[in-house]
Design a protein around this ligand. Structure first.
Ligand SMILES: [Zn+2]
Length: 320
């Protein structure tokens, strides 16, 4: 994972590259932003660059591969042990950082979910953050910067990884070789997360999207058997049910847009299906269905049985 493979955060990447080139890296960085923005990939790319040749990791040599696999002897990876990052973990890390590096020019560590350092762990860590032994580089990562102690924040150089505009993600995906339709749809479904967009692009379910949406759009309350079969097929587990909710949400948003006369739909390749669904449903019914999808999504995140939740939703969607 070299810098060139990170999508969408050019400003952060050029800042890090410049710091590398001028020898002005900070001891401590805090990467904060949304889940799935590639903060971990950026941390790995930075350490590859330092360990490999000091400008940009090649991503291919044994050193880069060990860093990417988080099994380089000079890279220490800390994440919460249970609910917290505990003081013992910080002490262990401090001991490791105090040794000479085995292979690399310096020691490095990545601390994931840095907001989960409990107070004693954070206090024990402050001295290291200020002056890491042996010039080590520390990278803290969090999706909840509001929960990081101010004393920790103030000792780190902060880089933000916000959610990205849909068009930025789509154009980046196109730049990496995705076709027009897939890039647009994956970006629209990804809620600002590049990693999520890539997952969607690589997953099977984007390919089966047309068939699935056609099937769901054709459901009727009388056709209860295909309705239950469709629910069983598309909600095998929580994850696939959540993907389905995203797909349905965007589809019904397109139906709503068509109702209001807006041409800005995402599923442009399905425009005739969307038009016919929009003609069959009143505006009220479209809004109600979007609300049902929203509520089902919420229920799914609270561990409802995915198949049952999707069955109930499909019955609601089948009603015109
Ligand atoms: Zn390399």
């Amino acid at each position: 994972m070299s810098f060139s493979r990170i999508i969408g955060y050019d400003r952060n990447i050029s800042l890090l590259r410049r710091a590398l080139a001028t020898g002005k890296l900070s001891h401590a960085y805090l990467f904060y932003g949304i889940d799935g923005s590639g903060m971990m990939d950026t941390a790995v790319a930075l350490i590859e660059a330092i360990f490999c040749n000091g400008t940009d990791g090649c991503g291919d040599c044994p050193t880069c591969r060990k860093v990417a696999g988080l099994r380089h002897p000079d890279l220490h990876h800390v994440r919460p042990d249970g609910a917290f990052i505990k003081i013992d973990q910080i002490r262990e890390l401090q001991k490791e950082l105090s040794y000479r590096p085995f292979e690399a020019p310096k020691k490095a560590c990545i601390i994931e979910d840095a907001e989960k350092m409990n107070i004693s762990a954070a206090n024990a860590f402050l001295k290291t953050l200020e002056e890491p032994s042996g010039n080590a580089i520390l990278i803290l990562i969090t999706t909840r910067v509001d929960a990081v102690l101010p004393t920790v924040l103030s000792r780190c150089q902060q880089l933000r990884f916000p959610s990205l505009p849909t068009e930025t993600i789509a154009s980046q995906l196109r730049g990496k070789g995705a076709d027009e339709d897939s890039a647009r749809i994956a970006a629209a479904l990804a809620e600002g997360s590049v990693e999520r967009a890539q997952e969607i692009l690589e997953g099977d379910w984007l390919k089966s999207r047309t068939l699935l949406l056609e099937k769901i759009a054709g459901l009727t309350p009388e056709g209860i058997i295909p309705l239950l079969a469709a629910a069983e097929e598309s909600a095998k587990d929580k994850e696939s049910a959540l993907h389905l909710m995203d797909l349905l949400n965007v589809f019904w948003r397109d139906v709503l847009l068509t109702h209001t006369g807006s041409p800005a739909i995402v599923n442009t390749d399905l425009s005739s299906l969307i038009r016919s669904v929009s003609e069959r449903n009143s505006l009220e019914s479209v809004l109600e269905k979007l609300e049902r999808i929203f509520r089902t999504r919420q229920a799914l995140t609270r561990n409802t049985n995915p198949r049952l939740a999707v069955e109930v939703l499909f019955m609601g969607l089948a009603d015109q």
